[in-house]
Design a protein around this ligand. Structure first.
Ligand code: NAD
Length: 484
């Protein structure tokens, strides 16, 4: 049986406490994972702290940048290993993992290395009463040991999204991957050793959240800052933990994202985009669409075309080129999604398609499969319209005016992303300005330039990462004032 170990101070470390990793597609145990207890978390934080004082802390920016390029190149060299690990961890089709998850994971190291290499510094010359003046300039310094708490939905992409800037800025890290998806973080430990990353710069502790590795790490006084991606209520718990010691947090949390489709849209593009935004990664994308608002004249056509598209989402194994959709991450998550499938019916929804569990071959029956599902007919106040479900499902509502749809789209506690489909340029700009979301896409979805700010408003997040915005969290900006 494969063993997945913690990675502390450049060494792979077992413990006496193991948990099983099963695949989401057939429920078979593929590995056992060594859970880190308090002693391992403490060792990882100490290793990270002493690495700040070692060769890593003394590296010139150019050398740090070279090191991160080497990490990216080694990931690319081991592309198949990362893709295999990710496929068995999350069970999604290989084309998605090979075209989005793994390449973006490698790119995250290069992009942030480039940002740090090119970032300018502020300079202000000031007058003083004695006429001699003073000069002010700003310097960016690492914040210290960064705890990186990761989710399971796009594990490698989202972990490296934090690691790239954290390391580029000269910090050291302790990563806690999701208990559901431990494989790529362990592989990254091998990569770090291969490229000669100094010991203790990158550490991994495995395990669960509450009263386990996650909580041990976020409450550890040696951690300087915490960056988190996951559910909003976990983010709230992490914020409480960070209050002790007044440590900064960056929180990327849940969403209940709206797509707004106007009658003047390019219908083919709107259908293709909404199919992806609803069903990619089996609906387990924080930026994914769960509420669709369609202008009344094209409502019936849109519903019937999205239905056709949903019904073509053939479920299957990651390596099967015919697979269009994988399973949900776990049985526990499937229970949650299916509870919303039932609730939609109880709340009076019309089930346009799906709503249950697909027939799968006997070998895959133990997987966490659900049908792609579309509903109509619910009021905006329904639980299915307000809560993040995080499954392959959406509700489609008609609307009659721009004003009405803006109000309805914004009437939600989350504010992560929105997608607007229209060919009216003025309207596109108007909606871009007023929709309460950290990211508004017009005539696209998941088009990401990694230099742009990324994050959520309202209960979807605190802070922005991406490009130079990541530096706000991963560095201490200080001012040096020199009296002449
Ligand atoms: P989760 O909150 O259940 O878990 C995330 C991580 O937090 C895991 O590693 C978990 O072990 C850890 N954790 C749980 N409780 C903890 C605690 N008390 N202290 C410390 N760590 C703890 O989230 P998930 O189910 O893994 O991920 C799905 C969620 O992530 C969805 O809500 C999704 O919208 C969100 N998400 C947001 C973004 C974004 O960028 N905004 C991106 C991807 C996913």
């Amino acid at each position: 049986m494969k063993e997945i170990l913690n990675f502390i101070n450049g060494e792979f470390v077992a413990t006496t406490d193991w948990f099983d990793k099963t695949t989401p597609y057939d429920g078979k145990v593929i590995a056992r994972v060594a859970a880190a207890g308090k002693p391992e978390v403490d060792a990882a934080v100490r290793a990270a702290r002493s690495a700040l004082d070692g060769p890593w802390g003394k590296l010139a920016v150019a050398d740090r940048v070279d090191m991160l390029y080497a990490v990216a190149d080694e990931i690319t060299r081991r592309f198949d290993d990362f893709a295999e690990a990710e496929m068995s961890d999350i069970g999604q089709p290989s084309h998605f993992i090979r075209h989005v998850d793994v390449p973006r994971g490698a790119a995250n190291f290069k992009i942030f290395a480039d940002v740090v290499k090119n970032v300018p510094s502020e300079f202000f010359e000031m007058a003083t009463p004695d006429g001699r003046g003073a000069l002010n300039y700003s310097l960016r310094r690492p914040v210290g040991v960064v705890a990186v708490i990761c989710p399971w939905n796009l594990p490698f992409l989202l972990m490296t999204w934090k690691l790239g800037p954290a390391l580029a800025c000269g910090n050291t890290v302790v990563v806690k991957p999701s208990e559901e998806t431990p494989q790529t973080a362990a592989l990254l430990g091998e990569v770090m050793n291969k490229v000669g990353m100094p010991k203790g710069v990158f550490n991994v502790v495995n395990g669960f959240g509450p009263d386990a590795a996650g909580e041990f790490l976020t409450t550890h006084p040696g951690v300087s800052a915490i960056t988190f991606t996951g559910e909003t209520r976990t983010g709230a718990a992490i914020m409480k933990a960070a209050a002790d010691g007044a440590r900064p947090v960056s929180l990327e949390m849940g969403g209940k994202n709206a797509a707004i489709v106007f009658a003047d849209c390019d219908m083919d593009a709107a259908i293709e985009g909404t199919l992806r935004s609803t069903f990619a990664n089996c609906g387990q994308v924080c930026l994914g669409t769960e509420r669709v608002y369609v202008e009344r004249p094209i409502f019936d056509e849109f519903v019937s075309r999205l239905k056709r598209g949903a019904e073509s989402m053939k479920p299957g194994l990651p390596a099967d080129p015919a697979s269009k959709m994988g399973p949900l991450i776990s049985q526990e998550h499937r229970d949650k999604v299916l509870s919303y499938y039932r609730k939609a019916v109880e709340e009076g929804a019309t089930v346009v398609t799906g709503g249950g569990v697909p027939d799968m071959p006997a070998a895959l029956e133990a997987g966490s499969w659900v049908e792609p599902t579309i509903w109509t007919g619910l009021p905006d106040s329904a639980a299915v319209m307000r809560d993040e479900i995080f499954g392959p499902c959406c509700h489609i509502s008609p609307f009659d005016s721009e004003e009405e749809v803006i109000r309805r789209a914004n009437d939600n506690p989350y504010g992560l992303a929105a997608a607007v489909w229209t060919t009216n340029l003025q309207r596109a700009h108007r909606l871009g300005g007023v929709l309460e979301a950290g990211i508004v896409w017009v005539n696209s979805w998941f088009l990401r330039d990694l230099r742009t700010p990324f994050g959520g408003s309202k209960q979807s997040g605190i802070g922005r990462e991406g490009g130079v915005h990541s530096l706000e969290f991963y560095t201490e900006l200080k001012n040096v004032c020199i009296k002449l």
